[in-house]
Design a protein around this ligand. Structure first.
Ligand SMILES: [Zn+2]
Length: 434
C-alpha cells in the first residue's frame, strides 16, 4: 500500500538524491504547525510523525511486520549502543542497520534515523544530579540515567568507581557501560559510525548539557556544539555516500542552549547558516521550559526544513511540539512503560497489574486497527503476572500504535483545520476524565 502511495505521488527519491521536505498544509489556527512529507531515498514519512526507537536495531519485543502493522513509517536506532554492540563494522557488513533488522518492504529498505550518540555519552557520563561536571561515577547516576541503562537491558554498570565520560574541545572519552573499556567519540568518528550504520537521516554530534548547568557552561557547551556541527558537515562531505547502503544520507544539526531562550535562538540561528538538511532540538528541560524553548528555536529555523524533537514522548508533548512547528518525534517511553505493565488508553495511562483488571473481560484496546484489540485486559494481566514474554509484545505494540496514531490524528487535524478542536477533545479525555 505504501508502494502505491509513492507511485501515485511520483515522489520516490533516487538513492543519491538529497532529502526533500514538502509542506503539504500550514495550519490556519496554529501558525507554526504544518503537515508535510519527508522524502528519503528509502521512502516517505508523512509528518507530523512519531518514530519508534529501535535502540540496538530492534524495537524491543516486536517483529518488523508488527512495527509496520502499527503504522510506523521509520525507525530510529542509537549510535552509541550499536557502536558498542555489535560494532559498526558488523552493521556495515549487513548493508546498514535497516537491512540487518529486516526493516524492509518488498525487499526495499524503509526510512531510518540514527541519533549521534551524544546524548547517551553525556547522559551516562555527565553528573546530571550534581551540576556542571562532565564526570560521574556509577554511584552518582541519576534516576534518568539509570532508566537509560535499564533500557539497554543491563541492570548495573560493571565498572563501578570509574569516571564514565570526560569532555574536551575535540571530543569525549567515555567508558563502556558494558565492560568499562575506554572509548572516544569525536564529531568525525560519530559521522563515520553513522555512515556505517546507514540511516537516511542522522544527527550531528552535539554536547547535551545538564539542565542544572550554569549559563556560562551552557554557552561554552553550545559553542562547542556549533564547532562540532561544522566538523560533522565537513566529514559527511568527505565521506560521500553511505558505505553501508550506497545511498545519500541527510544530516540534521542538534540545536542546544539549555533552557535559555536567548541561547536557543542563537544556536538555531548559527546552525541555520550551515548546510544541514534538517534540525533536531536536543537537551533536557522541564515541561514548562519545553514550550518556550521549542518555540524560540523553531521561529529561528528555516521554514522549509524538517525539525525533530529528540526523546520527547508524552501525549501532551506532541500537541505542544506540533503547535510550535515540530515535524517528527522519537521516544523510548511507549515501549519502556509497556514493559512495566503501563498501557495508554484514551482516558489516560493505566497499569494492567492493578487487581481490578484480573477479571476485566473488555478488550485492551477498542481500536480495531490495533493488534491488542483481540485480547482482553484480563489475559494481558495474566501474562504479566506469569511473566510471559508475550506480555511485553502485546503491550508494546498497543502503546506504539496508540502514539503513532495519535500523531497521525494530529496531522489529520491540521489538514482539516481542526487542530485546536482535536487538541481540546483529546487532552480533556486523556488528562481530565479519570
Ligand atoms: Zn491498541
Amino acid at each position: 500500500m505504501k508502494e502505491e502511495v509513492k507511485e501515485k505521488e511520483g515522489a520516490l527519491l533516487s538513492k543519491t538524491d538529497r532529502l526533500r521536505f514538502d509542506i503539504v498544509k500550514r495550519s490556519k489556527e496554529a501558525t507554526l504547525a504544518r503537515a508535510g512529507v519527508i522524502h528519503t531515498p528509502h521512502g516517505d514519512v508523512e509528518t507530523p510523525a512519531f518514530i519508534p526507537v529501535g535502540t540496538k536495531a530492534t524495537v524491543k519485543s516486536l517483529y518488523v511486520d508488527m512495527i509496520k502493522g502499527i503504522g510506523s513509517e521509520a525507525v530510529l536506532a542509537n549510535t552509541y549502543h550499536l557502536y558498542l554492540q555489535p560494532g559498526q563494522e558488523i552493521v556495515k557488513r549487513h548493508g546498514g542497520f535497516a537491512n540487518m533488522m529486516n526493516w524492509k518492504s518488498n525487499n526495499s529498505l524503509l526510512p531510518t534515523f540514527t541519533d549521534s550518540g551524544g546524548f547517551q555519552v553525556f547522559s551516562l557520563g555527565a553528573a546530571f544530579d550534581t551540576g556542571v561536571s562532565k564526570i560521574a561515577t556509577s554511584e552518582s547516576l541519576s534516576q534518568k540515567q539509570k532508566e537509560i541503562l535499564d533500557d539497554t537491558g543491563k541492570k548495573k554498570i560493571k565498572s563501578s568507581n570509574n569516571q564514565m565520560a570526560k569532555i574536551d574541545d575535540d571530543g569525549v572519552t567515555f567508558k563502556s557501560y558494558i565492560d568499562g573499556s575506554s572509548h572516544r567519540f569525536t564529531p568525525e568518528t560519530s559521522v563515520q559510525i553513522q555512515h556505517d550504520l546507514g540511516a537516511d537521516i542522522f544527527f550531528a554530534f552535539d554536547e547535551c548539557t545538564s539542565p542544572l548547568a550554569s549559563k556560562d557552561y551552557q554557552i561554552s557547551a553550545m559553542n562547542r556544539t556549533h564547532h562540532w556541527a561544522k566538523r560533522c558537515i565537513d566529514e559527511h562531505e568527505r565521506l560521500g555516500l553511505s558505505a553501508a547502503t550506497g545511498a545519500r544520507q541527510a544530516i540534521f544539526a542538534v540545536v542546544q542552549g539549555g533552557a535559555y531562550e536567548d541561547l536557543r535562538k542563537e544556536s538555531a540561528t548559527v546552525l541555520s547558516c550551515m548546510d544541514f538538511d534538517g534540525f533536531g532540538i536536543g537537551g533536557s528541560f522541564t515541561k514548562e521550559d519545553m514550550h518556550k524553548t521549542v518555540r524560540s528555536v523553531t521561529e529561528n529555523l528555516p521554514e522549509g526544513k524538517p525539525r525533530h524533537l529528540l526523546g520527547i514522548g508524552e501525549p501532551i508533548d506532541f500537541f505542544i511540539g506540533v503547535e510550535y512547528g515540530i515535524d517528527t518525534f522519537d521516544c523510548v517511553s511507549p515501549t519502556r512503560i509497556a514493559r512495566h505493565g503501563n498501557i495508554y488508553s484514551k482516558e489516560g495511562r493505566i497499569n494492567i497489574l492493578n487487581s481490578k483488571y484480573k477479571n476485566d473481560m473488555s478488550p485492551i484496546c477498542d481500536d480495531q486497527d490495533c493488534p491488542a484489540h483481540d485480547y482482553t485486559k484480563s489475559y494481558l494481566a495474566h501474562l504479566y503476572r506469569s511473566e510471559e514474554i508475550l506480555a511485553s509484545s502485546i503491550a508494546s505494540a498497543h502503546n506504539l500504535h496508540f502514539i503513532i496514531k495519535l500523531v497521525k490524528n494530529i496531522r489529520n487535524s491540521i489538514l482539516e483545520d481542526k487542530f485546536f478542536e482535536y487538541k481540546k477533545e483529546f487532552l480533556e479525555q486523556y488528562y481530565i476524565s479519570k
